[in-house]
Design a protein around this ligand. Structure first.
Ligand code: ATP
Ligand code: ADP
Ligand code: MG
Length: 135
Protein backbone atom coordinates (compact mmCIF):
# COMPACT_ATOMS: atom_id res chain seq x y z
CA UNK A 1 0.00 0.00 0.00
CA UNK A 2 0.90 3.62 -0.59
CA UNK A 3 0.06 6.72 1.41
CA UNK A 4 -1.08 10.12 0.24
CA UNK A 5 -1.97 13.32 2.04
CA UNK A 6 -5.48 14.59 1.41
CA UNK A 7 -6.66 18.01 2.57
CA UNK A 8 -10.28 19.02 2.69
CA UNK A 9 -9.98 22.77 2.10
CA UNK A 10 -11.89 25.43 4.10
CA UNK A 11 -14.64 25.76 1.50
CA UNK A 12 -15.70 22.11 1.73
CA UNK A 13 -15.40 20.97 5.33
CA UNK A 14 -18.25 18.60 6.10
CA UNK A 15 -19.12 17.18 2.70
CA UNK A 16 -16.14 14.94 2.12
CA UNK A 17 -15.61 12.44 4.93
CA UNK A 18 -18.14 9.95 3.57
CA UNK A 19 -16.69 10.28 0.05
CA UNK A 20 -13.24 9.20 1.22
CA UNK A 21 -14.54 5.95 2.65
CA UNK A 22 -16.77 5.30 -0.36
CA UNK A 23 -13.58 5.58 -2.47
CA UNK A 24 -12.07 2.60 -0.62
CA UNK A 25 -9.37 4.57 1.23
CA UNK A 26 -8.35 3.77 4.78
CA UNK A 27 -7.86 6.86 6.93
CA UNK A 28 -4.68 6.17 8.93
CA UNK A 29 -4.53 9.59 10.61
CA UNK A 30 -6.83 12.56 10.65
CA UNK A 31 -6.83 15.98 12.25
CA UNK A 32 -8.73 19.19 11.90
CA UNK A 33 -6.57 22.30 12.10
CA UNK A 34 -6.37 25.94 11.14
CA UNK A 35 -3.14 26.46 9.22
CA UNK A 36 -0.99 29.41 10.27
CA UNK A 37 0.23 31.65 7.42
CA UNK A 38 3.70 30.16 7.82
CA UNK A 39 2.36 26.60 7.51
CA UNK A 40 0.22 27.47 4.48
CA UNK A 41 3.20 29.18 2.79
CA UNK A 42 5.32 26.13 3.48
CA UNK A 43 2.58 23.77 2.32
CA UNK A 44 2.33 25.49 -1.08
CA UNK A 45 5.96 26.66 -1.35
CA UNK A 46 6.17 25.10 -4.85
CA UNK A 47 3.73 27.84 -5.93
CA UNK A 48 5.41 30.83 -4.28
CA UNK A 49 6.21 32.50 -7.60
CA UNK A 50 2.67 32.10 -8.98
CA UNK A 51 0.43 35.18 -9.26
CA UNK A 52 -2.22 33.49 -7.10
CA UNK A 53 0.12 32.54 -4.24
CA UNK A 54 -1.09 35.19 -1.74
CA UNK A 55 -4.74 34.44 -2.49
CA UNK A 56 -4.05 30.74 -2.05
CA UNK A 57 -2.37 31.26 1.33
CA UNK A 58 -5.20 33.58 2.53
CA UNK A 59 -7.76 31.00 1.47
CA UNK A 60 -6.00 28.07 3.13
CA UNK A 61 -5.77 29.97 6.46
CA UNK A 62 -9.30 31.29 6.58
CA UNK A 63 -10.83 28.38 8.48
CA UNK A 64 -10.24 24.80 9.56
CA UNK A 65 -9.02 22.19 7.10
CA UNK A 66 -9.36 18.46 7.59
CA UNK A 67 -6.01 16.75 7.08
CA UNK A 68 -6.11 13.06 6.20
CA UNK A 69 -3.49 10.43 5.58
CA UNK A 70 -5.15 8.01 3.16
CA UNK A 71 -3.88 4.51 2.51
CA UNK A 72 -4.74 2.33 -0.48
CA UNK A 73 -2.94 0.55 -3.32
CA UNK A 74 -1.94 3.37 -5.71
CA UNK A 75 -3.35 5.96 -3.29
CA UNK A 76 -1.63 9.01 -4.83
CA UNK A 77 -3.05 8.53 -8.31
CA UNK A 78 -6.42 7.23 -7.14
CA UNK A 79 -7.02 10.20 -4.85
CA UNK A 80 -6.00 12.63 -7.63
CA UNK A 81 -8.46 10.88 -9.94
CA UNK A 82 -11.22 11.17 -7.35
CA UNK A 83 -10.46 14.91 -6.92
CA UNK A 84 -10.60 15.71 -10.64
CA UNK A 85 -8.89 18.63 -12.42
CA UNK A 86 -7.82 21.79 -10.51
CA UNK A 87 -10.42 23.98 -12.24
CA UNK A 88 -13.97 22.85 -11.49
CA UNK A 89 -15.14 24.12 -14.91
CA UNK A 90 -12.78 21.60 -16.50
CA UNK A 91 -13.74 19.00 -13.89
CA UNK A 92 -17.41 19.34 -14.84
CA UNK A 93 -16.52 18.63 -18.48
CA UNK A 94 -13.89 15.94 -18.01
CA UNK A 95 -14.85 14.19 -14.76
CA UNK A 96 -18.43 14.97 -13.81
CA UNK A 97 -18.42 12.62 -10.81
CA UNK A 98 -15.20 13.97 -9.33
CA UNK A 99 -15.20 15.80 -5.99
CA UNK A 100 -14.17 19.08 -7.60
CA UNK A 101 -16.90 18.82 -10.25
CA UNK A 102 -19.45 18.41 -7.48
CA UNK A 103 -18.13 20.57 -4.66
CA UNK A 104 -15.59 23.14 -5.86
CA UNK A 105 -16.68 26.75 -6.16
CA UNK A 106 -13.92 28.04 -8.45
CA UNK A 107 -10.30 27.34 -9.39
CA UNK A 108 -9.05 28.68 -6.04
CA UNK A 109 -11.78 27.36 -3.76
CA UNK A 110 -11.59 23.89 -5.19
CA UNK A 111 -12.43 21.91 -2.06
CA UNK A 112 -9.61 19.37 -1.89
CA UNK A 113 -5.89 18.80 -2.16
CA UNK A 114 -3.99 15.65 -2.96
CA UNK A 115 -0.26 15.01 -3.18
CA UNK A 116 1.01 14.85 -6.75
CA UNK A 117 3.61 12.10 -6.13
CA UNK A 118 5.00 9.91 -3.33
CA UNK A 119 7.85 12.27 -2.43
CA UNK A 120 5.43 15.17 -2.18
CA UNK A 121 3.17 12.99 -0.02
CA UNK A 122 6.03 12.14 2.38
CA UNK A 123 7.14 15.79 2.64
CA UNK A 124 3.67 17.17 3.30
CA UNK A 125 2.68 14.35 5.69
CA UNK A 126 5.81 15.21 7.64
CA UNK A 127 4.95 18.93 7.59
CA UNK A 128 1.40 18.37 8.83
CA UNK A 129 1.69 15.34 11.12
CA UNK A 130 5.38 15.24 12.04
CA UNK A 131 6.96 11.80 12.26
CA UNK A 132 4.41 9.11 11.49
CA UNK A 133 4.88 5.42 12.31
CA UNK A 134 5.32 3.41 9.11
CA UNK A 135 2.38 1.05 8.40
P1 ATP B 1 -3.58 21.00 -4.94
O1 ATP B 1 -2.09 21.23 -5.06
O2 ATP B 1 -4.28 21.92 -3.97
O3 ATP B 1 -3.93 19.56 -4.77
P2 ATP B 1 -3.70 21.15 -7.79
O4 ATP B 1 -2.46 20.32 -7.78
O5 ATP B 1 -4.87 20.71 -8.61
O6 ATP B 1 -4.25 21.39 -6.31
P3 ATP B 1 -1.99 23.38 -8.17
O7 ATP B 1 -1.60 23.74 -9.53
O8 ATP B 1 -1.03 22.62 -7.31
O9 ATP B 1 -3.37 22.60 -8.24
O10 ATP B 1 -2.42 24.67 -7.50
C1 ATP B 1 -2.56 24.70 -6.12
C2 ATP B 1 -3.79 25.37 -5.73
O11 ATP B 1 -3.68 26.73 -5.97
C3 ATP B 1 -5.01 24.94 -6.48
O12 ATP B 1 -5.61 23.77 -5.98
C4 ATP B 1 -5.89 26.12 -6.25
O13 ATP B 1 -6.50 26.10 -5.00
C5 ATP B 1 -4.91 27.25 -6.32
N1 ATP B 1 -4.75 27.78 -7.63
C6 ATP B 1 -4.18 27.21 -8.67
N2 ATP B 1 -4.19 27.96 -9.74
C7 ATP B 1 -4.81 29.05 -9.37
C8 ATP B 1 -5.17 30.27 -10.03
N3 ATP B 1 -4.90 30.50 -11.29
N4 ATP B 1 -5.81 31.20 -9.35
C9 ATP B 1 -6.11 31.02 -8.07
N5 ATP B 1 -5.79 29.92 -7.39
C10 ATP B 1 -5.16 28.94 -8.03
P1 ADP C 1 -3.93 20.63 -7.62
O1 ADP C 1 -4.61 21.12 -6.38
O2 ADP C 1 -4.87 20.04 -8.59
O3 ADP C 1 -2.70 19.83 -7.39
P2 ADP C 1 -2.10 22.76 -8.25
O4 ADP C 1 -1.13 22.04 -7.42
O5 ADP C 1 -1.74 23.19 -9.61
O6 ADP C 1 -3.42 21.96 -8.38
O7 ADP C 1 -2.57 24.05 -7.48
C1 ADP C 1 -2.71 24.04 -6.10
C2 ADP C 1 -3.92 24.79 -5.68
O8 ADP C 1 -3.82 26.15 -6.06
C3 ADP C 1 -5.16 24.32 -6.33
O9 ADP C 1 -5.72 23.19 -5.78
C4 ADP C 1 -6.04 25.52 -6.16
O10 ADP C 1 -6.55 25.59 -4.85
C5 ADP C 1 -5.09 26.66 -6.39
N1 ADP C 1 -5.10 27.10 -7.76
C6 ADP C 1 -4.56 26.49 -8.81
N2 ADP C 1 -4.71 27.21 -9.93
C7 ADP C 1 -5.37 28.31 -9.58
C8 ADP C 1 -5.82 29.48 -10.28
N3 ADP C 1 -5.62 29.65 -11.58
N4 ADP C 1 -6.46 30.43 -9.60
C9 ADP C 1 -6.69 30.30 -8.30
N5 ADP C 1 -6.28 29.24 -7.59
C10 ADP C 1 -5.63 28.26 -8.20
MG1 MG D 1 -0.91 20.68 -6.67
Amino acid sequence: HEETLAVIKPDAMGEHKAEVEAGGFTVTQMKEMVLSREMAEQFYKEHQSKPFFNQLVDFMCRGPCLMLILSKVNAVEEWRAMMGPTDPAEARNMAANSLRARFAKDILQNSVHGSSDCQHARDKIHLIFGEVDPE
